[in-house]
Write a protein that binds this ligand. Structure first.
Ligand SMILES: [Zn+2]
Length: 249
C-alpha cells in the first residue's frame, strides 16, 4: 500500500493515504464520483462525510506531524492501518445510524461494535485488493491496547471504559487478534457487567449493519442502567481512547 522506503515524510504519507483510499474505495464498490480530501488532525485519524445530492465528499483526517519530520517505517505502517480502518467506515458504515447513536448518547458504544463489525468483514475477505489488511488491523489493535492501557488511571473495571473494553474483548475473542490484551480479562472487568460482555459476544456474529450495532448498543445500555449502582452512561465518550471514530457533520 505504501512505499518500502525506510523513512517517509508526512506529506508523502498523506498523499499515499489519499491515493490508497481513492483507489481502494472504487475497487470495493464505492462511487468514482465521490470526492476525497486529506487533512492533518491532532493525534489520531478520523473520517467525515458530507453529502451533496448523490455525491459523498470524504474528509480523511490523519495524525498531524511537523512537515519536516522523517517518520520511521513502523509509523508509516500504523498510518496505513488507520487508513484501512477509515476506508472500511466509508464502505460499510451507515452514517445516518452513527448520527442516531450520537443523539441517543451511545456513540462510543455503537462505534466500538461497529469497529469490530467492519474489521471482521475485512479480515474474512470482504475487502478486496488489500492483501495485508488483517496484518495491519491486528497491528493497530495491539498498538492501541499498549498505548491506552498505560494511560494514568486506566482500569478495565471502570464502567466508563466499558465501550473500549468491549471493543478489545471482541477483537480478542472473535477476531483472535494477537496483542498484550490480558487473557484473563473476565477477572479484570466489573463482575456485574460480565453478562453485558457475554451478550455482545453472543450477538456479534449477527451484526450485519450499523443499525444492528445501534440496536445491540441499546440493549446493553438498558442492562447498564439496570445495574445496582450507576453507571448511567458506561459508554462515556473518550475521544482519545481506542480506534478513531467516524465524525458527524
Ligand atoms: Zn472506527
Amino acid at each position: 500500500m505504501f512505499s518500502r522506503q525506510k523513512y517517509v515524510t508526512p506529506l508523502e504519507l498523506y498523499e499515499a493515504a489519499l491515493n490508497a483510499c481513492q483507489t481502494l474505495y472504487v475497487a470495493n464498490g464505492g462511487s468514482r464520483h465521490d470526492t476525497w480530501k486529506v487533512r492533518p488532525y491532532p493525534e489520531t485519524a478520523a473520517i467525515s462525510c458530507s453529502t451533496y445530492g448523490t455525491v459523498k465528499n470524504w474528509l480523511l483526517f490523519m495524525p498531524a506531524f511537523d512537515p519536516n519530520t522523517l517518520l520511521p517505517r513502523w509509523k508509516a505502517e500504523l498510518i496505513a492501518a488507520y487508513t484501512v480502518h477509515e476506508l472500511l467506515h466509508t464502505l460499510w458504515t451507515d452514517f445516518d445510524a452513527v448520527k442516531q447513536s450520537t443523539i441517543a448518547g451511545i456513540h462510543s458504544l455503537v462505534n466500538a461494535l461497529e469497529d469490530n463489525r467492519i474489521e471482521y468483514r475485512a479480515i474474512k475477505g470482504d475487502l478486496v485488493n488489500v492483501s495485508e489488511a488483517s496484518q495491519l488491523l491486528q497491528m493497530l489493535n495491539a498498538y492501541i491496547w499498549d498505548r491506552d492501557s498505560k494511560k494514568p488511571g486506566f482500569d478495565l473495571a471502570n464502567p466508563n471504559s466499558f465501550a473500549f473494553a468491549l471493543n478489545l474483548v471482541i477483537f480478542h475473542e472473535r477476531h483472535k487478534y494477537v496483542s498484550n490484551f490480558p487473557k484473563d480479562w473476565r477477572k479484570r472487568v466489573r463482575q456485574d457487567m460480565l453478562p453485558m460482555f457475554d451478550l455482545a459476544l453472543a450477538e456479534f456474529g449477527k451484526l450485519k449493519s450499523t443499525a444492528d450495532c445501534l440496536a445491540l448498543a441499546k440493549r446493553l445500555q438498558a442492562m447498564a442502567s439496570a445495574l445496582p449502582q450507576q453507571p448511567q452512561q458506561p459508554q462515556t465518550d473518550r475521544p482519545q481512547q481506542g480506534r478513531p471514530c467516524p465524525k458527524c457533520e
